[in-house]
Design a protein around this ligand. Structure first.
Ligand code: GLA
Length: 742
């Protein structure tokens, strides 16, 4: 998969789906990017890919007109080499200058990709993945940069990760070190990304690429509700199922930057990595710094092709393997049913009913510890509140397990409230400068997870709870951002390390907990989808996608989230109506038909449900469990974008194409509607499928389901007895079709 030509110093990483080609520029030793796209043959020489024209301006080599690096595509551009675009690496030298020149030194090729301790990244066996490590040496120091590329056999993917090591005795300061730089010739591209806010995460945005820089980022200490560490470049004609798309995703949960700088020569410089905002890192003698890993996907099957690659790749080579392909429990969470107002009796009433309905897991949300009756205290005091739970967590968990359910518990490990013993003993464990104002966020402060003693303290507290009771699941929440970054434990010159050290502390706590409790299922959450990123999926295979549980809003949120993340990672529940975020009334079936395309669970007070409602929930749970494997292991296709109109549709097809499940949703009902068909994709053209909805089944051929489509209107020809009737699905109507090979 990795070819190196000794004569021409060209590298070609390729499998039958993609090629990635770059070379060493003879005049400068700089790594020059040549090609990323569909697989091309391995040649003796790639001269035809080298773009050089005589250019005015600053040139690297004396007398040369063709070494103007401002115009040359590169793997890791730096300042001081005639490239004036955004660098991917910036170092401050001991005398204060920032001029670097990293030139090719040597390289290694090896098989297999091991996990990195403390930094989520992709992994693969020797027979699955090949690694190229290219070492570049600085002309002016003993700094060595390693550009690490991985190519996996079966995926149109290259991953990138950079490492810098100081082999000299003098300390240098790293001011920016991105994970990925790709200089791609523009072809009238559009860029697509996910943006949002609390309760409206993962909204799709697609715009024409314009000259200048377009950027998304986070400065909040978490990947954030506002932007996801992901972007796509695609052609104007690229649709869900057709056309070229380049997807970029960063495996990181902290401050990130993802940007495209379209320059005057029509090159799109794509960069992903740790946000240089307030970042700096001291590189003392023998110190190294490793960037997060970035993933590049190439698709010629449109956005669905790109997403399917991300889904399968992350499930196989990133997501916690204990759970990536394991059935997840259908859960009930008490948050929207009780908020803070519960006691053991109330919880047991819900759990009893949950068992009766066929639910697997009861999750006790916020409010079980300290004296937390509202959201204004007790975080950091992880001892059970005996006023609400006289038998503690152990007593409650045992009773729930006796009912035949599993038990799960909510934590917000990274936070502290001022009314806790933890805060009284260690006020300096809070992030912020005590001599200046430190803002509250949801009445709480952020603990300084850059300090190992803080992580250890929280680990010990959580360990004590988890060891005391049969707990199989935790919901790990994080409900505010870091707004005044300052650590009492870091020296002046190291304050720029806090944001990254903080997130490394979060990863460390995940690793400590999973090392001790390897079977634990963790769902991450950050006020909903405020930290829904690939890195946390490495530990927590599912994430609560949004605090907005309204089924209509969820169509957009889940549609957007699926751009990168597999359905098995998208935390989705049937919740209360009128909905607590938008006040909308939707049917139980609409709520379930949306939530089923995710992890599935319930978050409402089921105790007062009528027998008819209870029966409906029982059927929903049985339906979901019947399709769970198909939904979580199948291939997902988005069919109709809820942002484009009144409808949304999507489907999952099993890998052997023997089964499929289609979800169709309408926002508002229309009188006298046009006749509608929904064209399906991904089926086997020659197979016959029984298409069932509710109790009825029709036989159709794959070929015609993909050309004619599924009939959404009625088919009353020759049936005069029915012609006065019409099925009306009403506002917020939904339909679920199951297809099975006959
Ligand atoms: C956050 C989460 C919710 C719930 C509350 C509890 O908002 O996203 O699901 O757990 O915290 O305080």
């Amino acid at each position: 998969m990795i070819y190196f030509n000794k004569e021409t110093l060209e590298f070609h990483l390729s499998n039958d789906k993609i090629s990635y080609i770059f070379r060493v520029m003879e005049e400068t030793g700089v790594m020059e990017q040549l090609y990323f796209g569909a697989s091309i043959d391995v040649y003796d020489c790639y001269d035809f890919l080298i773009e050089r024209e005589s250019k005015p301006g600053n040139n690297q080599s004396e007398g040369s007109q063709i070494t103007n690096l401002d115009d040359i595509k590169q793997e890791i551009p730096v300042y001081g080499t005639t490239d004036f675009r955004q660098p991917a690496l910036e170092v401050v030298y001991p005398n204060g200058d920032r001029i670097s020149h990293f030139a090719y030194h040597n390289h290694e090729i090896r098989r297999g990709k091991a996990r990195l301790k403390g930094l989520p990244s992709t992994f693969g066996k020797e027979e699955e993945v090949e690694i190229l490590a290219v070492f570049l040496k600085d002309r002016y120091s003993e700094l060595i940069v390693e550009l690490r590329y991985a190519i996996y056999n079966d995926f149109p993917i290259i991953t990138r990760q950079n490492i810098i090591t100081n082999h000299g005795s003098q300390t240098h300061q790293l001011e920016s070190f991105l994970s990925l730089n790709l200089d791609l010739p523009n072809e009238d591209y559009e860029w697509l990304h996910l943006h949002g806010a609390w309760a409206r995460e993962a909204q799709l945005s697609r715009d024409k690429l314009v000259t200048g820089t377009q950027q998304i980022n986070s400065t909040r200490g978490a990947s954030s509700h506002m932007h996801n560490p992901f972007l796509t470049l695609c052609l104007p004609e690229t649709t869900e199922n057709q056309g070229r798309a380049y997807g970029f995703s960063l495996i990181y949960s902290g401050n990130f930057l993802a940007q495209i700088q379209l320059d005057t020569y029509n090159i799109a410089r794509i960069q992903l990595g740790i946000n240089p905002f307030q970042f700096s890192w001291e590189l003392a003698e023998n110190a190294s710094f490793t960037t997060p890993e970035a993933v590049m996907v190439y698709s010629e099957q449109g956005l669905n092709g790109m997403s399917q690659t991300f889904h399968e790749f992350y499930k196989t080579h990133l997501i916690n393997q204990k759970w990536a392909h394991q059935k997840r429990p259908v859960l009930i969470n008490n948050w929207e049913a009780t908020y803070f107002d519960f006691d053991e009796e109330k919880i047991l009433t819900i759990a009893n009913k949950a068992k009766d309905l066929g639910i697997d897991l009861f999750v006790l949300d916020d409010g079980w510890f300290g004296t937390r009756d509202t959201d204004n205290g007790s975080l950091g005091n992880w001892t059970p509140d005996l006023r609400k739970l006289p038998n503690g967590i152990r007593g409650l968990a045992n009773k729930i397990v006796d009912l035949g359910l599993q038990f799960g518990l909510w934590f917000e490990p990274e936070m502290v409230s001022v009314d806790t013993p933890l805060f009284a003993a260690h006020p300096d464990w809070r992030i912020g400068n005590p001599d200046k104002h430190i803002s509250h966020g949801r009445n709480q402060f952020v603990l300084d997870f850059s300090r190992s003693e803080v992580v250890d303290n929280i680990f010990e507290q959580i360990d004590k709870v988890l060891s005391s009771a049969p707990i199989t699941y935790i919901k790990w929440d994080m409900n505010r951002y870091i707004s005044e970054s300052y650590s009492a434990a870091l020296d002046k010159q190291n304050q720029g390390e806090l944001f990254h050290r903080y997130i490394l502390g979060v990863y460390d706590l995940y690793e400590k907990i999973l090392e001790k409790f390897p079977d634990l299922l963790i769902e991450s959450c950050a006020g909903g989808g405020g930290r829904f990123d690939p890195a946390l999926l490495y530990y927590a295979p599912q994430a609560w996608a949004s605090d907005d549980t309204d089924a209509v809003e969820r169509l957009r949120i889940q549609y957007g989230t699926s751009m990168v993340y597999p359905l098995s990672s998208i935390g989705s529940h049937v919740s209360e109506v009128p909905n607590h975020q938008v006040g909308r009334l939707t049917s139980l079936s609409m709520r379930a038909n949306v939530a089923m395309f995710g992890t599935f669970g319930y978050e409402l007070d089921i105790t007062n449900f009528s027998e008819a409602e209870s029966a409906e929930i029982r059927t929903q749970i049985m339906t979901f469990k019947g399709y769970q494997k198909l939904i979580h292991d199948g291939v997902f296709y988005r069919l109709k974008n809820p942002n484009d109109g009144n409808e949304c549709a999507w489907m999952v097809v099993s890998k052997d194409q023997k089964e499929a499940l289609v979800g169709w949703y309408q926002v508002l009902a229309k009188p006298n509607p046009a006749y509608q068909r929904l064209r399906l994709v991904g089926l086997s053209p020659d197979k016959n499928y029984g298409v069932s909805e509710g109790g009825t089944e029709a036989l159709r051929q794959g070929k015609d389901l993909m050309s004619v489509g599924l009939l959404l209107g009625e088919n009353l020809i020759g049936r005069p007895e029915n012609e006065q009737g019409r099925s009306i699905f009403g506002d917020f109507g939904s339909r679920l079709f199951y297809l099975c090979e006959k």
